[in-house]
Ligand binder design. Structure first.
Ligand SMILES: CCCCCCCC/C=C\CCCCCCCC(=O)SCCNC(=O)CCNC(=O)[C@H](O)C(C)(C)COP(=O)(O)OP(=O)(O)OC[C@H]1O[C@@H](n2cnc3c(N)ncnc32)[C@H](O)[C@@H]1OP(=O)(O)O
Length: 220
């Protein structure tokens, strides 16, 4: 099965799938949060474990091989439902819902990071802040019509990022051929916490169709 491929679904079918998998995945996120924060113990936890294992076994009765990949509907809209930051079907993803300016000049997202993303006590893990900003800078590049993969990412942690409501924003700083430099920031209720700048490059296999056969396996 292709992992970066067209898919022939109507908008109604996509909407239908999203209405089924979106709430299901949210329930799994709630489960993760509850598993971290519950004060139950002993037999209650052993019973919960058995129930979770039963659900997992049921889901595995029919599953794809490997990861979800990115599929595209006929109007060219991508469906990155397995993505670790924005994936509708990925319970690891917060998920971020990313909005973009009409002219494609910036992207932003308001979201919430709870107990599952903790690093320092009560604060967002630095790797998670970096994860979020990597995605946002990548989306800024894409929104500006300059999609690419992260070649470099420099992250400046200005002050601890509190768990809770957050906002991320990103934009293109400059471009040169197939290279795009993007910047972004993560802010909490008390202001700026993390800044990042990164270089995004349209890979050779995407800019030179003749090289399509050298595409990395994860896009196949
Ligand atoms: C049909 C459209 C297809 C679009 C495809 C875009 C896919 C993005 C999809 C959806 C966007 C949504 C947002 C996602 C956000 C999340 C992003 C991630 O998490 S990405 C995962 C982490 N990043 C990697 O795994 C990259 C691994 N590295 C590579 O694949 C390559 O090294 C890559 C693409 C970075 C460059 O590969 P080359 O084959 O294009 O490279 P060469 O042709 O040798 O170099 C091109 C130029 O770039 C410079 N360059 C290459 N790597 C560099 C680096 N690391 N640092 C600085 N410069 C570098 C070179 O010096 C060269 O410069 P000179 O043209 O000569 O001026």
């Amino acid at each position: 099965m292709s992992r970066f491929a067209p898919e022939h679904l109507t908008p109604e079918q996509i909407e239908e799938q999203s209405a089924v998998y979106g709430p299901f995945t949210q329930a799994v996120r709630d489960l993760v949060d509850a598993a971290i924060r519950t004060e139950l113990g002993g037999d209650d936890i052993r019973a919960a474990q058995a129930a979770v294992e039963a659900v997992t076994a049921r889901l595995r009765e029919r599953e794809i091989e490997g990861a979800l990949g990115v599929t595209f509907s006929e109007d060219g809209v991508g469906r990155p439902w397995g993505n670790a930051v924005i994936g509708l079907r990925n319970a690891v993803a917060p998920p971020l819902v990313v909005e973009k300016a009409e002219d494609g000049s910036r992207v932003w997202s308001q979201f919430h990071l709870g107990a599952a993303y903790e690093g320092p006590p009560g604060c967002v893990h630095g790797g998670v802040a970096s994860l979020v900003l990597d995605q946002m800078l990548g989306q800024a590049a894409g929104a500006g019509g300059r999609p690419g993969m992260t070649a470099t990412l420099q992250v400046h942690y200005r002050k601890p990022t509190p768990l809770g409501p957050l906002r991320a924003e990103a934009w293109i700083e400059r471009t040169e051929g197939h290279k795009t430099w993007a910047r972004g920031e993560l802010t909490g209720p008390e202001g700026l916490c993390v800044e990042a700048e990164g270089l995004f490059i349209l890979p050779r296999w995407a800019r030179e169709p003749a090289d399509a056969e050298t595409r990395p396996g994860f896009f196949e």
